[in-house]
Design a protein around this ligand. Structure first.
Ligand code: AMP
Ligand code: ZN
Ligand code: FE
Ligand code: FE
Length: 291
């Protein structure tokens, strides 16, 4: 399905490989009309993205992606219509970016102990002043010939159960939702299957319970259309979203990652109506109803 909307995209301000200008230009060329830039722990790409978008006549929604953890697993939260002028959120995000740098350096040290030698300076160069992520380390490993694709670096070393995995301090999912709500950003759970180990009825029930708990603190939507989700996965998640009354969001999570078969911007949806639904929530959060 080609769509004119994509609400999950990364740039060089985090671990994407296209600059905000390059990404917005690509999206416009692909016929997208409304996109959200959702860098990890950063709103820094938005001024540039919005300026280019104005020239090209498309809309860029200010988004951000936060990582959170609880006993049950990992939850990524997207926040839409974020207020980048809010000093509290800006300082929280800057702290997270510092934590990423410290942790990235430790991962590089751990890799050296495993006889995988990448230079920390090269990782910093690849991150180019943006939020450092494991994909930058994976890219440095590709350059040195340790793996062919970044994905293999995750499979063999950097993934959650890999020998060079190091976590970082994160918010709980409820704290993440609260931080977004406080800013006036509309909280949405990204790729909900990350939180699941399997897709049987017990895991669907566990996800539903977590979503319902987060809804109590302000979660407004969840991704249903995502990256390489199968029709079956989309149907499973749509049914959970309907049951709870959550907005059915989505996007490609495009990074220009260099992995084969990456989902391109605009190939998965969501339908354009979700923007109005997100705007209504934004109006309620900030006390300005859309009338
Ligand atoms: P980090 O933010 O440093 O924890 O790294 C997480 C990022 O790594 C995600 O946003 C993806 O861009 C990428 N990533 C996570 N898992 C994989 C994987 N298995 N293969 C390739 N990239 C991955
Ligand atoms: Zn990423
Ligand atoms: Fe994510
Ligand atoms: Fe993402």
């Amino acid at each position: 399905m080609e769509s004119t909307v994509d609400l999950h995209l990364h740039t060089t301000m985090s671990d994407g490989r296209l600059s905000p200008t390059e990404l917005v230009t690509l999206c416009a060329e692909r016929g997208l009309r409304q996109i959200a830039i959702t860098d990890h722990d950063s709103l820094e790409g938005l001024p540039e993205a919005q300026e280019v978008a104005r020239e090209l006549g498309i809309d860029v929604i200010a988004g951000v992606e936060l990582g959170a953890d609880d006993k049950g697993g990992e939850v990524h939260l997207l926040g839409y219509f974020a207020d980048a002028s809010d000093p509290e959120l800006s300082s929280t995000l800057a702290d997270f970016r510092d934590g990423r740098t410290t942790r990235g350096r430790r991962i590089v040290e751990r890799l050296a102990e495993l006889d995988v030698h990448v230079s920390w300076d090269r990782v910093l160069e690849l991150s180019d002043g943006g939020a450092v992520g494991r994909p930058h380390i994976a890219q440095a490993m590709v350059e040195k010939g340790y793996v062919q694709y970044p994905k293999e670096a995750f499979d063999q070393y950097l993934g959650r159960s890999g020998p060079a995995y190091i976590g970082r301090s994160r918010l709980t999912p409820a704290e993440g939702v609260a931080a977004l709500v406080k800013n006036g950003a509309v909280p949405v759970m990204a790729h909900p299957t990350y939180y699941m180990s399997g897709e049987g009825p017990d895991e669907v029930a566990r996800l539903t319970e977590t979503l319902a708990d987060l809804q109590q603190v302000g979660l407004a939507g969840m991704e249903v259309h995502y990256g390489d989700y199968t029709t079956r996965q989309v149907e499973m998640l749509a049914s959970v979203a309907r049951e709870l009354g959550l907005i059915q969001c989505g996007g490609s999570d495009y990074h220009a990652s260099g992995n084969p078969d990456e989902t391109e911007p605009g190939t998965v949806g969501p339908p354009p109506e979700v923007i109005g639904a997100l705007q209504d929530v934004r109006g309620r959060l900030t006390g300005q109803s859309e009338a």
